[in-house]
Design a protein around this ligand. Structure first.
Ligand SMILES: NC(=O)c1ccc[n+]([C@@H]2O[C@H](COP(=O)([O-])OP(=O)(O)OC[C@H]3O[C@@H](n4cnc5c(N)ncnc54)[C@H](OP(=O)(O)O)[C@@H]3O)[C@@H](O)[C@H]2O)c1
Length: 316
C-alpha cells in the first residue's frame, strides 16, 4: 500500500483502549491514515474504512463512501445498536485466535470453579478450617454450551479433554465431536433439562435478548450453575436473583451486565455464590487484530472478498 493510494481508517467509538489501538495501528499499518474525529464534510468522502466498538449513533452514517466497518470484538451488538448504521456497508466482526484462547481459558477456569465449588475452599481457609470436600467425577457432570460458533466449539474441544458430559445449543443443527447437540428454540427445554453447568457464549440478538429469564431457569436442574460470558442483556437480572434466592440456580459467574461498569449499588455485588468479573473474560489482541484488519483492507482494495462479514438480518 502506498501512502497516496491508502485510504483513511476512521476510529468510531473504539472504547477504553483507544490509545493502544492508535499506537498499534501506527506500528503495524503505518501507511494508513488514522482519523479519530469526524472531519469537515469534504474530507468525509475519503473515509473508506471504519474501526468501531460502540460508535455514537449517527456517526458512521455521515461517511458517504464507507466500504467496510471493522468491529473490534467478536460481538457486534454495540455497532448494530445504531439504528442509522449505513445499510449496505459490510460489517466485519473480530475473529482472533488470542481472543478465542482467552475465552477458552476463562470458560475452563469458571467451569472448574463451579464444578469444584472452590469458594467453599476459600471460605474454609479464611476460617482456618480443614474442610474435606467431595464432588462428582466430570463424566457425571453435564456442561451445556450455548453457542457453538468460533468460541463455543473451541471451549467444547477443551472441555472434552476434561471428560465432562457435554451438551451444546445453537440456532442451526450441528455435529460436534463429543457434544450432544441441540438446535433451535423448541429444543431449548430439552437441552437445559440436564445441564448442571450452563455456559452462555451467545451473541446478543433480538432472539437472545432476555433469554436467560425465569422460564429458562425453571428448565434447569435444581442448583445448576450459570456462567455468562455472552452479553449482559441476555440475562434478566431480577429473575436471576430470584432464581438464586430460591436455590434453582446454585451459583453463577457473570462477566457481562445490563449496565457496565456494574453500578456499585447493584445487588449482584452482594449476592452469595454470584461471582463478578468485569467484562474481561477475554480481549482482542491489538497487534494481531491490527495486522488482520490491515490485511483485510489490502485484500478488499485488491478486489478480494472480506472475511467474517456479519449477517445483519441474523444479528451476528
Ligand atoms: N465476555 C467477553 O469478553 C467476550 C469475548 C468474546 C466474545 N464474547 C461473546 O461471545 C459471542 C460469541 O462469539 P463467537 O465468536 O463464538 O460467535 P459465532 O462464531 O458467531 O457463534 C455464535 C453461536 O451462537 C449461536 N446462536 C446465535 N443465535 C442463536 C440463537 N438465537 N439460538 C441458538 N444459538 C444461537 C450460533 O448458532 P449457529 O452456529 O447456528 O449460527 C453460533 O453457534 C459474541 O457475540 C460475544 O457476545 C464475549
Amino acid at each position: 500500500m502506498t501512502k497516496t493510494a491508502s485510504p483513511a481508517l476512521y476510529f468510531a467509538g473504539i472504547g477504553s483502549r483507544a490509545a493502544e489501538w492508535h499506537r498499534v495501528f501506527a506500528e503495524v499499518a503505518p501507511e494508513l491514515r488514522l482519523v479519530d474525529h469526524l472531519p469537515p464534510e469534504p474530507e468525509r468522502a475519503g473515509m473508506r474504512y471504519a474501526l468501531a466498538w460502540k460508535p455514537k449513533p449517527g456517526e458512521l452514517q455521515q461517511l458517504p463512501n464507507l466500504q467496510a466497518i471493522f468491529g473490534l470484538g467478536a460481538g457486534v451488538d454495540g455497532i448494530l445498536a445504531d439504528p442509522t448504521l449505513p445499510a449496505g456497508v459490510p460489517l466485519v466482526r473480530m475473529v482472533d485466535p488470542g481472543l478465542t484462547q482467552g475465552m477458552v481459558e476463562y470458560c475452563l477456569w469458571q467451569v472448574l470453579y463451579h464444578h469444584r465449588r472452590f469458594w467453599e475452599t476459600e471460605d474454609a481457609q479464611s476460617r482456618r478450617h480443614w474442610a474435606e470436600q467431595y464432588y462428582p467425577a466430570p463424566w457425571d457432570r453435564s456442561v451445556g454450551i450455548m453457542g457453538l460458533g468460533e468460541i463455543g466449539q473451541a471451549v467444547a474441544a477443551h472441555l472434552t479433554t476434561f471428560k465432562f458430559k457435554l451438551r451444546g445449543w445453537s440456532r442451526s443443527a450441528k455435529k460436534v465431536d463429543g457434544v450432544d447437540c441441540f438446535a433451535g428454540p423448541e429444543s431449548l427445554p430439552a437441552f437445559l433439562s440436564a445441564c448442571d453447568i450452563v455456559l452462555c457464549l451467545l451473541p446478543l440478538t433480538t432472539e437472545t435478548r432476555g433469554l436467560l429469564n425465569a422460564d429458562f431457569f425453571a428448565h434447569l436442574p435444581m442448583g445448576a450453575a450459570i456462567i455468562n460470558a455472552g452479553r449482559g442483556a441476555q440475562v434478566n437480572e431480577a429473575d436471576l436473583l430470584a432464581a438464586m434466592k430460591s436455590g434453582r440456580i446454585g451459583s453463577a459467574t457473570l462477566d457481562v451486565f445490563q449496565t457496565e461498569p456494574l453500578p456499585a449499588d447493584h445487588p449482584f455485588w452482594q449476592q452469595e455464590r454470584l461471582f463478578v468479573t468485569p467484562h474481561n473474560a477475554s480481549f482482542t489482541d491489538a497487534k494481531a487484530a491490527a495486522t488482520a484488519i490491515r490485511q483485510q483492507i489490502l485484500d478488499h482494495a485488491a478486489g478480494k472478498p472480506l472475511q467474517h462479514v456479519v449477517d445483519r438480518r441474523r444479528g451476528y
